[in-house]
Design a protein around this ligand. Structure first.
Ligand SMILES: Nc1nc2c(c(=O)[nH]1)N[C@H]1C(S)=C(S)[C@@H](COP(=O)(O)O)O[C@H]1N2
Ligand SMILES: [Mo]
Length: 318
């Protein structure tokens, strides 16, 4: 007989339904000691409990970022990813099993009061997790809606204590060709790099993602920590980050290094500015056969349009 053991986070549904989880918890508390006693039954330690971050999930959903779109089914998201470190196929879940996410550290350096290296679980404990429903729009003209767990990038910036000379945040993915076969492909400018201005990084939408669907981030989505900037094309949302640097010069990102005529620094979503090889006017919603109109700033103009009002001469939409 096949017995599937539960992990701590499986008190939640597979779907992102943290409200119901919190309601259930409250109901249990209200019911008095019986529920609590049941929850407190001792268990033997198990290998599955090894992820020290697991107890932080699910986090409470922040209703400010709830949107009128259906959440993309988790099964679809798990098998449709861009993570070139693990190849160019969309279904790279099996390949990404090679990614080892503990121990994991993040170096914080450049123009900061004191450079430091922090263990991922210490960083997690220093931050307050929340869940946000975000639209996720790839430059390839497909989109999803994802219940991310994480914390605002602004909180990480505050934690890093940048100096006033810092103009950009530069992010770097791990570099380990033995763990990521794609990094043996010399055509690409490894490691993957991305960047944001300080104003973008401290905008409330910029989110450091540590989980999805109420659970720790699966490897293929960029475990143990990735960025998501929902008003920009997906390539800005760098995965599996090991370094965050505060710098004066605008970082040259991975796709820019590869093909600067097609990919730029800003990469804000705009249906009226086509990619050199295809239109950005519409997008395919994964999990449905729907083709829907793409929105300026992916629908987040109210949050971010002001960031760009004095930058009109810049290539803001590629
Ligand atoms: N390190 C790294 N980060 C990356 C990528 C990548 O190949 N490597 N792909 C980017 C692209 S093009 C997109 S659309 C998103 C995809 O995120 P998802 O697989 O969670 O949908 O990750 C971005 N971050
Ligand atoms: Mo993408």
């Amino acid at each position: 007989m096949l017995i599937r053991r539960r992990r701590g986070w499986e008190i939640a549904e597979r779907e992102a339904t943290p409200e119901s989880v919190f309601l259930n918890r409250r109901a249990i508390l209200a019911a008095g000691g019986f529920g609590l006693a049941a929850l407190a039954l001792p268990r033997a330690p198990r290998a599955e409990d090894a992820d020290p971050g697991a107890s932080l999930f699910p986090a409470k959903r922040n209703p400010r970022y709830t949107i009128e779109r259906d959440v993309t089914p988790e099964d679809i998201n798990l098998h449709y990813n861009n993570f070139y470190e693990y190849g160019t196929d969309k279904d790279l879940a099996a390949a990404a099993e090679a990614l080892k996410t503990r121990p994991w550290t993040i170096a914080i350096d450049g123009l900061v009061e004191a450079p430091k290296t922090v263990a991922i679980d210490d960083l997690f404990k220093a931050m307050t997790f929340e869940e946000r429903l975000y639209r996720h729009r790839c430059v390839e003209a497909w989109s999803m809606t994802v219940p991310w767990t994480g914390f605002p990038l602004a909180a990480l910036v505050a934690y890093a204590k940048p100096l006033s000379g810092a103009k950009y945040v530069r992010f770097e993915t791990f570099m380990d060709p033995a763990m990521a076969p794609g990094q043996n492909e010399p055509f690409y400018p490894w490691p993957y790099v991305e960047g944001l201005t300080m104003a973008e990084a401290t905008n409330e939408l910029a989110f450091m993602v540590t989980g999805a669907y109420g659970k720790p981030l699966p490897n293929q989505m960029g475990a143990p920590i990735r960025l998501h900037t929902p008003w920009k094309y997906g390539f800005k949302s760098i995965k599996s980050i090991v370094k965050v640097s505060f710098v004066e010069e605008q970082p040259l990102n991975f796709w820019q290094q590869l093909q600067s005529s097609e990919y730029g620094f800003w990469a804000n979503v705009n249906p009226e500015v086509p990619h050199p090889r295809w239109s950005q006017a519409t997008e395919t919603v994964l999990g449905t056969n729907q083709r829907i109109p793409t929105q300026l700033f992916n629908g987040y103009g109210a949050f971010v349009a002001d960031l760009y009002k004095d930058l009109q001469g810049q290539p803001l939409y590629m």
